[in-house]
Design a protein around this ligand. Sequence first.
Ligand SMILES: *Cc1c(COP(=O)(O)O)cnc(C)c1O
Length: 434
Amino acid sequence: MELNITGLIPKHMENRGKLTLKENLKIIENILKQRKVPENGIDEEHIKLLLRLLSFMDTDKDPNVVQIGEREARVYTKLQREGVFDFCHGVGRSGNLIDPQPKAPGASVMYKLTNKLLESFLKVLGLKVRAIATPVATGMSLALCLSASRKKYNSNVVIYPYAAHKSPIKATSFIGMRMRLVETVLDGDVVKVDVSDIEDAIRKEIRNNNNPVVLSTLTFFPPRKSDDIEEIAKICQEYDIPHIINGAYAIQNFYYIERLKKALKYRVDAVVSSSDKNLFTPIGGGIIYTKDESFLKEISLNYPGRASANPIVNILISLLAIGTKNYIDLMKQQKECKKLLDELLDDLAKKKNERVLNVENPISSCITTKKDPLDVAGKLYNLRVTGPRGVRRTDKFGTCYLKEYPYDYIVVNSAIGVRKEDIYKVVEKLDKVL
Ligand SMILES: *Cc1c(COP(=O)(O)O)cnc(C)c1O
């Protein structure tokens, strides 16, 4: 930048001022040069300046622009501009989400930079993958993956080891594919899907001349256990069929990351995670990552139209502001809070003559209740606790079990960002209502 301030102040002060400015600009230059998530997060003013510089590159900021298109990023209020960080043209082209948009060079750089940063971030966590930020949340990102699978592999049926989340089920019906559920079985307290049953389902569909795609689930509430994504990936490789993993909140815990690493050695076409559950953004964005770059491209091609820049910018801001070191600290805190939660729940269970369900899960825990679990959850809500779920043993959807589960129970989560005081308080309140 050519800043002529010569003669306005004494020369030695001018030099001093320019030096300070240079140091500040260097922070932004380094982000653009290195294209990696910094170890230490950078402050908001520098992030703002980076976004400002980039958005000034978009053609709607050209003071002499002649705008005669039907879509010229004409925005009525400043309030609306602020909502998209002045990237009023959004991201993508109608034909391909990640293609540069000629009317918006700045937003295009912003999107590409976000994806590069995401890749560097996942690499620091141990995942060597290609990644894109998506302008839609987990369920819709799964729909994008399934749609890409249909386009690339003619997939026509989704094999779904039963997990009780409505969004993957709706993602399937949204894109008009049939779903073949693979039923869960009970093993002690654990509700799980046997890999051999998934293989059977694959065989049956292939025998009927269908092209299955497997949608497995890594992150889920106990008593449902994570799917064995490594074994599923091996089977998908053997039968040469696509495999999508729903890892909605997988990025925040190394237990999940290790499992992803193992699965990624075999057939995994895409993993989907939520930006808000992992990266402290408002709800609305997703992350899709894989070793298969051509599948990512297919996903991007399948997105219909342009998209709001807002979910992408939010991911970029989080990555820049948090930094890798702080994120890993937050992961440690999450783990410590989960340990504390389990200790406190164990004590509470003894006191109340209840049980903590014996299900391996790095984030969520379950305690049984002799009261009506819906009533307990309602009382917790009125005690200003958000998050716990109360599930009745007869709730086939909630338990993910099509027969009757042995217990009524309450699920409590210790997800990234949780504080120890939250854990103490929720168990205190559980003590009151259980
Ligand atoms: C949160 C979550 C979803 C849905 O996420 P959205 O971002 O609301 O679409 C789907 N599956 C699992 C396992 C989840 O945890």
